[in-house]
Design a protein around this ligand. Structure first.
Ligand code: NAP
Length: 323
């Protein structure tokens, strides 16, 4: 192993949780690297407007991401592009494998977030990127003056649905129940928007297209069982996500909830000694930027305390059993 790859703390993922853990570790002067497979920011990069991060009336996701990354780097943290493939323990250390070699650390803080869930209906994969999308900020502009549908009833669906009205002439938000899971303020904004139509108790059963582009979807009313076609050229799927926990060799040995999110104690430690989890990858009530940065602060402070304690541990004296 390259000796530069021996760190006190390796942070996996550079979303708000990873960059916050990096800030706290960097300020505590512990040797820290953040490994990120793409650009720093995580889901912030797909978020147009943030209005619920304290101190900012309004900031774009990419701008907040850039500020967080700059702040962490200012305190001496290394930010490296690497795709992590595994985490395992070797003696007292954690080994983080990447496609480009391994990193060794005393502690790992896993802040790798998750991947958007798919509906698993016919046509969804076939038309992915050709009308089917999971990112309104990335793809919304392709639908100027067109009609699009959004699936989901959570914060993301309602927020992104309203965002799409900047481009689309009509946005249908399709939710499988009557009650929305999203915050009331977001449901209210969608309900009163002239370009948005909320369709409840309804699921999408098929995506249809021609010449490689989405031309419509099939809706099914879950109360009456009736089906009907809806002409749209875009389908945005916001039905939650699954955690990125594929790094562990034997996932069954890491405690997780029924959806796969990692269970931690109050200091954000997972059931694996030396491995913390923070942000969207962690099992918890909600997944906000504010909760991600809170988790990460706790994890980093605890890791720093443990590193300090290790420094003051007496060095074991070899015992000469035969002396
Ligand atoms: P979410 O809160 O888990 O909501 C997922 C939605 O998709 C639910 O309404 C769910 O329906 C629906 N759904 C799930 N599987 C489905 C399926 N197979 N077919 C049809 N509908 C399905 O996910 P999210 O909206 O992506 O949000 C994830 C987390 O990020 C949440 O904690 C959220 O608060 C947070 N977030 C916050 C903001 C913000 O604060 N501004 C913005 C975006 C995200 P049911 O309700 O029937 O289960």
């Amino acid at each position: 192993m390259d000796k530069d790859r021996r760190y006190d703390v390796v942070i996996i993922g550079a979303g708000p949780a990873g960059l916050t853990a990096a800030l706290y570790a960097g300020r505590a002067r512990v040797k820290t690297v953040v490994l990120e497979r793409g650009a720093p920011g995580g889901q912030l990069l797909n978020t147009e407007a943030i209005e619920d991060y304290p101190g900012f009336d309004h900031i774009t996701g990419p701008e907040l991401a850039q500020r967080m990354a700059d702040q962490a780097v200012k305190f001496g943290v290394d930010l490296e592009t690497a795709r992590v493939t595994g985490i395992h323990r070797r003696g007292d250390t954690q080994v983080v494998q990447t496609e480009d070699g391994e990193y060794v650390a005393d502690y790992v803080i896993l802040t790798a977030g998750g991947e958007p869930l798919k509906l698993g209906i016919p046509g969804e994969s076939e038309f992915q990127g050709r009308g089917v999308s999971q990112c309104a900020v990335c793809d919304g502009a392709f639908f100027k003056e067109e009609e699009v549908a959004v699936v989901g009833g959570g914060d993301a669906a309602l927020e992104e649905g309203v965002f799409l009205t900047r481009f689309a002439k009509k946005v249908y938000i399709i939710h499988r129940r009557e009650q929305f899971r999203a915050q009331a303020i977001l449901v209210e904004a969608a309900r009163k928007h002239p370009k948005v139509e909320l369709i409840t108790n309804t699921i999408v059963t098929e995506v249809k297209g021609e010449d490689g582009q989405v031309k419509g979807i099939t809706l099914k009313d879950v109360v009456t069982g009736e089906t009907r076609p809806l002409k749209v050229t875009g389908l945005f799927v916001f039905i939650g996500f699954q955690p990125n926990v594929q790094f562990f060799d034997h996932r069954e040995h890491v405690e997780h909830d029924p959806l796969g999110f990692l269970v931690t104690d109050s200091t954000m430690q997972t059931s694996l000694p030396g491995v913390y989890a923070a942000g969207d990858v962690r099992s918890q009530l909600t997944r906000q930027i504010t909760t991600a940065v809170g988790d990460a602060t706790t994890a980093a402070i605890d890791a720093v305390k443990k590193l300090e304690a290790k420094k003051h541990e007496p060095t074991p004296v070899p015992v000469d059993l035969y002396g």
